[in-house]
Design a protein around this ligand. Structure first.
Ligand code: ZN
Length: 114
């Protein structure tokens, strides 16, 4: 049976705000207690776009793709997206393991290509 990768979220222990980024201060209420929770990295592709002028720190990678995914547990997350021919909005997507430890954002691709 398919077993999805888990994504780490950081949840404010004060107001419950969820952050995908690894931070220790809540962006909403500035509380400094963030709890780490794990959620399965499976969901539905909402939209994606190509970033042709990447920020300086990603410059060596050239253009890259960013996707918005509605996870099955109701969270909406923005991450890297690896598009392939025939991908459509509404397709099932899964998180793929990334070799780089530098990016805290998860990388998604459509499930049928996995
Ligand atoms: Zn908070």
């Amino acid at each position: 049976m398919f077993k999805p990768e888990m994504i780490s979220f950081h949840q404010c222990m004060h107001c419950g705000t969820l952050e995908a980024e690894c931070i220790d201060t809540c962006a909403k209420c500035l509380h400094t207690g963030m709890d780490t929770i794990q959620v399965p990295g499976v969901g539905t592709l909402v939209s994606w776009t190509t970033i042709r002028k990447p920020p300086l720190r990603f410059k060596e990678e050239g253009a890259y793709h960013v996707g918005v995914v509605d996870l099955d547990n109701g969270f909406r997350i923005t991450g890297r997206f690896l598009p392939e021919q025939g991908d459509q909005l509404g397709d099932r997507v899964v998180v793929v393991p990334t070799v780089s430890t530098e990016h805290t954002t998860p990388t998604f691709r459509v499930e049928k290509h996995v």
